[in-house]
Design a protein around this ligand. Sequence first.
Ligand code: MN
Length: 723
Amino acid sequence: MTKVNQNICFDDVLEIVKTYIDKEDELACIQKAYLYAKEKHMGEIRLTGDDYINHPLNVAYILAKLSSDYQTICAGLLHDILENPANSKEELEEQFGNDITSLVEGITTINRLNFNGETDSKLASQRKILVGLTEDVRVIFIKLADRLHNMRTLWAIDSKSQKEKAKETLDILVPIAARLGMNQIKSELEDLCLRYSKPDVYFSIVEALNETKIERDKTVEKMIQEVQEILNENHIEYKIKGRSKSIYSIYKKMDKGKRFQDIYDLFAMRIYVNTESECYQVLGLIHSKFKPMPKRFKDYVANPKPNMYQSLHTTVFGIDGKLFEIQIRTYEMDAIAENGIASHWSYKENGSNVKANIQNAMEQKLQFFKTIMELRKEEDNDEDFVNSVKTDILKESIYVFTPKGDAIELPNGSTPIDFAYRVHSKVGDSMVGAIVNNQIVPLDYVLKDGDIINIKTNKSAIPSKEWMNIAYTQQAKNKIKAFFNKIDKEEYLKKGEEEIKAELRKRKISFNEFFTPENTEKILAETKCSNLDELYISIGNGKTTATLTLNIIQNNNDTKEEIILKKVTEREVKPVVIKDDIIVEGIDSLKVNVANCCQPIPGDHIVGYITKGNGISVHRMSCPNMEQVEERVISVHWNETVSKKYHTSLLIEAENTKNVLLDIISKTSSGEVIVDSINTLKRSGDTSLIEVTIRVSNLEKLTKFIHDLESLKHIITVERLIK
Ligand code: MN
């Protein structure tokens, strides 16, 4: 048992470290880190009343228990040094070198962000932790050790902070420990979290366990003896341990509606053997003596969990008819089961390669690592990224299988679409159907643990936008989105190229004459595009125009503002076809229009008005024209799959300056908002009223656009126009 809340001294750390590190210089470095940390923390006292050095010592002790390499142990000892601005990174580097310093810096960055603060910084720090995983997993080991010791000493802080820390630990650090296969740390963290977030539940379980302990110990002891007899008879070398279920796991089962009586009656033991084949042999022997409970046998030896966990699990009717959960594994499997990825230190090989080795093991063996990498590329804001990681990776997961028997881990709630995209984008993009356990299933079928899935594909098939609503994981949704973005891009590219060619024809100059290498370079530099395709795309999607582009070389005297305004005002306002975008309750195939007075867009609360002979007119809930209306009103709502852009108008009050129109247009450059027309309604003294009609896909994007406009210097107010 790990020493908990005892005074760990440096010799305790050293004693464990020496069991696996024998290099003198590495041991000396650890000693030096200890003395350095001790000196730097001299005089500091923790809230627990201990000298501060007690904390880094405990962190190092936890890391040593994981057989961490010497750099990690040193960084564990030094991890809080940079919290004090009086201590410099340069000095640390000078004393301990780059590797250790960058580990300390990594942990300092994560810790410095205020976890309990504003949503933004909280998400940012969670993102840092997750990304940190993919950079140097050792930083996360230190973070876990740091948090574990802080949780062990959580009694020292006030109860509100206790609950916050416990919640964050459960939200982020426990799932990470689980995904890294570090079950020992995970389990202790869970128990500590429960103790502080639901103390009454925690202590009632502890009490109930204590009351029945003697009796339960006796039962387990008796069963162990029975099992020992069979194994001895068959000359198998083994070790056997009674195992107590964690308080948190009992709580989870009670939370699912089980009675405490039924849970604590469940006994558990673990058998360790030398080889894989002995695992099966032991299983056979136990099953021949004790009747196994149907459907409870799990073979994680032949089918390891994606976090590398291996064991045989079975539940048998043991002595006195009591149920026993039995796990059988080799010692090697046990190291992985307890410490997961951390058991992959190859300290014996070459200290300097530890990072590469572990990182490599992660890449090869942990699917979730790949998923984080992918999400990291796709999601550029903290919130989307963290939320995606939470739904896709940190949620409770199921294991399903390819027809070849490869295990794939997916969050509970996933569909065949998620499975297909997890296997490969190409499989998802060309999917036409799914067969689960030899049965054809609809695409919204929710996968279950153990399902065998065969995805039917067709080279010429393409995804449907509807899948966005069916898919469960952010990863699949992103990939579907990417597919359609690519199609849009191709369209824009074609359109942009055509516009350039048309403009060149108008100016009577050939493509090659105009796009000389020099001119091309100048144009690309000016438009900030990296190649011509990119330029065509930005012309095609309206970020710039062919005229403006050619004017970079050959000015036709119009000012930039005039050209853009001309383009905008010449644009014809085409009505948006809204078929299927608005759902009218109880009625379909009725003509639906959006009202011109208040111009609702997706995201607005809307209401339908049944007109005389012209179908249903949809207004914003807040439209003054609907205020007095009581009859002929019908409930309507936006379809979730709306993807078209809708017209709506804004009324802007701005100072009279030359550039204000251009400023407004510049805020549409992201392409999320398209300006259809701009009219100056009136000018009075210093200010003007400007009506801008735009197309935008939803309220969120409109709100962002309005904020963008409000941030402009010369703009006074922006509001939605009601005619
Ligand atoms: Mn710390």
